[in-house]
Design a binder for this molecule. Structure first.
Ligand code: PLP
Length: 400
């Protein structure tokens, strides 16, 4: 298609850097290259058998052949409400819940329904790649916030520096992709009261809330107090906790008016989330959680294994151990320079094409001097990736 025919809005949007890296890697793998893929934002496990069986049963019993309500089956909304109540003690009604085609589409819908042209959304860096592009697609302006708080977390003072009268929303992602940092209850309370007092909607992306390691504590924004809860949209989904990325099932809980508007937009976009995925999600949320817990434990072991190894790499800086999610986000500026590169992107490209290790450059997350390494891979693969990276740094960093 002629470029002239594309809308200005679409021309401003960047393709997903994580998906682009994944595509490059998959193309190399398809040609038979022995690439270790640490670029992905998804568990390397397959969906637990009980969930798959529930989905197969739903298909066989003929339940999945039909449209469902656009915002999800009533049984699914009930299962979401029950799981959230079990995890947080907070109760939501069906009219405050929407099930969506992944948390990604949930966030897309939120920005579509809350933003007018020129409205701003505060995005503390580093941030998940899709937020900024989704804000732009909704006609809004992403406002990058540079955190000065402990462990790369944003403070009220950081937000206040950037806020303008056009600021409509703030996204807080905890546990965070890509740093793995978790906001404490008191940090969230300060941010939550600040947002409520300025009429700034708090969007709490808690998709990694079940992937918390080594005894660290997670507090959900909705557990703080009523003022903050009333001003919060809680975004989550099944992708990460239950190894269900391919099923595309996310959800949002919060203000009934916003949920209704999101449902209306979804009804004209995807229609309902895929019926079979909804039945799988009901089984996942209502069922025994031990398979999810086993996967969490695996991620914890992998984190404990890989973190000191990445810390030890020459020119990599990673002072704080991640508390959740499944990524490491080291600053690699010194390694990039020492190896003779001018950009992190060039470094990452050669790491892929010469050392056969795929990671993602930090620019897409708002921090160009960093790379994101996913540890959603087996310990054998992580060990091999570490060896390859260490060798790459040795060869490139000491060319003679
Ligand atoms: C922080 C964050 N939010 C949301 C999503 C979207 O997840 P999904 O659309 O698979 O539910 C992801 C996936 O990578 C993520 O990392």
């Amino acid at each position: 298609m002629d470029k002239m025919a594309l809308s200005k809005k679409v021309m401003r949007v960047q393709p997903s850097a994580t998906l682009a890296m994944a595509a490059k890697t998959k193309a190399m793998l398809a040609k038979g290259a022995d690439v270790i893929n640490l670029s992905l934002g998804e568990p390397d496990f397959t969906t637990p058998t009980a969930i798959e069986s529930a989905a197969i049963d739903a298909i066989r019993s003929g339940k999945t052949s039909f449209y469902t309500p656009a915002g999800g089956l009533p049984e699914l909304k009930q299962a979401i409400a029950q799981r959230v109540a079990a995890d947080t003690g907070v109760k939501y009604q069906a009219k405050q819940i929407i099930a969506t085609t992944g948390a990604k589409f949930a966030l897309y819908l939120i920005f579509q329904v809350i933003l007018n042209a020129g409205d701003e959304v505060l995005l503390p860096a580093p941030f998940w790649v899709s937020y900024a592009e989704q804000v732009k697609l909704a006609g809004g302006r992403p406002l990058l916030v540079h955190p000065t708080g402990e462990n790369g977390k944003v403070t009220v003072a950081d937000l206040e520096m950037v806020r303008t009268p056009q600021t409509q929303a703030l996204v807080i992602n905890s546990p965070q992709n890509p740093t793995g940092a978790i906001y404490t209850a008191s940090e969230l309370t300060a941010l939550g009261h600040w947002a409520a007092s300025h009429d700034i909607l708090l969007i709490a992306d808690e998709i990694y809330s079940h992937l918390v390691y080594n005894g660290n504590q997670f507090t959900s924004v909705i557990q703080l107090d009523q003022t903050i809860r009333d001003n919060t949209l809680l975004v989550s989904g099944l992708s990460k906790t239950y190894a269900m990325t391919g099923w595309r099932l996310g959800y949002v809980l919060g203000n009934a008016g916003i949920i209704q508007a999101m449902t209306t937009v979804a009804s004209h976009a995807t229609g309902n989330p895929t019926a079979v995925s909804q039945y799988a999600a009901i089984a996942a949320l209502n069922g025994d959680q031990s398979a999810a817990e086993a996967m969490r434990l695996s991620f914890e072991q992998r984190l404990n294994y890989l973190f000191p190894k990445i810390q030890s790499l020459s020119g990599f800086e990673l002072p704080t151990k991640p508390q959740g999610a499944f990524y490491l986000f080291p600053n690699v500026k010194r390694a990039v320079v020492r190896c003779g590169y001018t950009t992190t992107e060039d470094f990452v490209t050669d790491l892929l094409t010469q050392a056969y290790v795929a990671v993602v450059p930090g620019r897409a997350f708002g921090q160009p001097d960093y790379i994101r390494i996913s540890y959603a891979a087996s310990e054998t693969q992580l060990a091999e990736a570490y060896q390859r990276m260490a060798e790459f740094l040795r060869t490139k960093g000491n060319p003679d």
